[in-house]
Design a protein around this ligand. Structure first.
Ligand code: G1P
Length: 293
């Protein structure tokens, strides 16, 4: 029997330089998709997958994130006094149970593997999830829930996977695996392979369910691609005996770590809101018809 996954790590220490100057004052995880910060989508997805302990790996300048997850009693009282029940419910849905969130600082930007390793003592000897909030996934069944369900059958380690075009493989961790149904057995994985050397087009997307052994591998892993300590390299050590699976999730992934991806997500999530759909759709139609697109 596989052990239940109740802890998730959210690596949020990155400086978000691609979104400067906004990220000079606001952590990129607080940037807003329609009306909710990116981090809220990640938290909601984790909750839907049964996660009850949320571990944030942060860095200097990220205190707005801690404030965001704090209760806002004055705001709640003021909304209640004015009878704004719907807004009050929205606000309360973001409240977290006391003690459910832990914050750990990554003191130096040494890579994703290092950020995850910073949470080792909080994870202990349990399987854990990792969610990269930049990867926003729109799916009927939230992506991590899909993975937890599949993981109950497979155990081991599981990474979300998606096919990407040839020219994009050098921006991802790439799996050596046969695309074969939703759950594929991984023979190898390589972080950001040089153009033309990728073992397949199956890219790792930012959702992982990992065995605590990966933390032990991170203890001794040397820097890899880009001079950083790579999570991919630590997971690769677990391959053998069918221990690593790629899960080709159902849903649409938006790369909200890039401006183009963020804008696409804004349009898609805006169109998905009944109260915004008509206005946004007609604006987009007009813009295209006027030749501005
Ligand atoms: C990270 C991982 C990479 C993965 C990607 C998914 O890279 O290192 O393996 O494919 O996230 O978004 P980053 O985008 O942080 O460079």
């Amino acid at each position: 029997m596989t052990r239940k996954v109740t802890k998730a790590i959210f690596p949020v220490a990155g400086m978000g330089t691609r979104f400067l100057p906004a990220t000079k004052a606001v952590p990129k995880e607080i940037l807003t998709l329609v009306d909710r910060p990116l981090i809220q989508y990640a938290i909601d997805e984790a909750r839907a997958a049964g996660i009850t302990e949320f571990i944030f790996v942060t860095s200097r300048g990220k205190s707005a994130l801690e404030d965001y997850f704090d209760v806002a009693p004055e705001l709640e009282t003021s909304l209640a006094d004015r009878g704004k029940e719907e807004l009050l419910a929205t606000l309360k849905s973001t409240n977290m149970e006391s003690g459910a969130i832990a914050y750990i600082r990554q003191h130096r930007a040494l890579g994703l593997g290092h950020a995850v390793w910073c949470a080792r003592r909080l994870v202990g000897d349990e399987p854990f999830a990792v969610i990269l909030p930049d990867d926003v996934i729109d799916a009927e069944t939230p992506c991590l829930r899909q993975m937890v369900d599949a993981y109950e059958e497979t155990g081991g380690n599981m990474v979300a996977a998606m096919e990407v075009p040839d020219e994009a493989t050098s921006a991802y961790g790439i799996l050596d695996a046969e695309p074969n149904g939703r759950c594929v057995s991984v023979r190898g994985m390589v972080e950001k392979p040089k153009a033309g050397t990728a073992p397949s087009n199956l890219a790792v997307i930012g959702r992982y369910i990992l065995d605590p052994a990966v933390m032990r591998h991170l203890d001794s892993i040397k820097s890899g691609s880009g001079g950083e300590i790579q999570l991919t390299d630590a997971i690769a050590r677990e391959i053998g005996g069918g221990n690593v699976h790629g899960y080709c999730f159902e849903g649409t992934r938006f790369d909200c770590g890039s401006k183009g991806g963020f804008l696409r997500a804004t349009v898609a999530f805006g169109l998905a809101r009944p109260e915004l759909r008509e206005e946004l759709a007609s604006f987009l139609r007009e813009t295209v018809a006027n030749g501005n697109a």
